[in-house]
Design a protein around this ligand. Structure first.
Ligand code: PGA
Length: 256
């Protein structure tokens, strides 16, 4: 039994109207709403947070958002603050997803500001890191992951680090059907753990959950989740359908 409870988080990306999102949440609640041996989080679009939050009421499943702005309020057209997310009972927020880094040019410094703002508002950040295919092929995977992890966590205290979840998502594996091999994933997860040991010491580093993300599916999950440093998954495509998401939760429960 690991020190760390497995966590399965669904990243619904820009999918589903609020009515469709609420139906999916209801199906998940009906299947695994009382589960306590795995932590479960669903991250719908902002427009569905309220409806999904209501569908999750009374269940053990937590609500998360996919992004936020670091400022508390102000003239930031189109943005959402941590306090707004908290007011809808979100407990988690995905930060620094590769799609935000790539399409919206988010930098490590900006992602770091969001991480600190999320923690200040008692939102648990799911900080995403991961290399592109070109970076992997040029042998830069660990360097890229180190920079993104260290810069993303700059200023995060020892008291706060256990509220942070890190998600290793090799960019080349996201939505492509190309999953990292268990060895490739475990190598990077162990490396991230070693960075956490350097920054926060052994005991705290052992408590931080490191999720794998990138084409995780019921078929490949058991092997990935059996790895020593893989503490769960951040799931895109397979989280959009109740059956596959529930199967992933069951795999996580078995992997313990
Ligand atoms: P995927 O997405 O499971 O569809 O590859 C994962 C993610 O982007 O978080």
């Amino acid at each position: 039994m690991s020190l760390r409870k497995k966590l399965i988080a669904g990243n619904w990306k820009m999918n589903k109207t609020s009515a469709d999102a609420a139906s999916l949440a209801e199906e998940i609640v009906a299947a695994v709403g009382k589960t306590t041996d795995v932590d479960i989080v669903v991250c719908p679009p902002f427009t569905s947070l309220d409806a999904v939050g209501k569908a999750l009421e009374g269940s053990s499943i937590k609500l998360g958002a996919q992004n936020m702005h670091p400022e508390a309020s102000g003239a930031y057209t189109g943005e959402i603050s941590a306090a707004m997310l908290r007011s809808l009972f979100a407990g988690y927020v995905i930060l620094g997803h590769s799609e935000r880094r790539t399409y919206f040019k988010e930098t490590d410094a900006f992602i770091n500001q969001k991480t600190l703002a999320a923690l200040k508002s008692e939102l648990k950040p799911i900080l995403c890191v991961g290399e592109t295919l070109a970076e992997r092929e040029s042998g830069d995977t660990l360097k890229v992951v180190q920079t993104q992890t260290e810069q993303g966590l700059e200023g995060v205290s020892k008291e706060q680090i256990t509220s942070v979840v890190i998600a290793y998502e090799p960019v080349w594996a996201i939505g492509t059907g190309k999953v990292a091999t268990t060895e490739q994933a475990q190598e990077v997860h162990a490396f991230i753990r070693s960075l956490l040991v350097k920054l926060y010491g052994e005991a705290l580093a052992q408590k931080v959950r490191i999720l794998y993300g990138g084409s995780m599916k019921p078929a490949n999950a058991p092997e990935l989740l059996a790895q020593k440093d893989i503490d769960g998954g951040l799931i895109g495509g397979a989280a959009l359908e109740a059956r596959s998401f529930v199967d992933l939760i069951k795999s996580a429960a078995v992997a313990g």
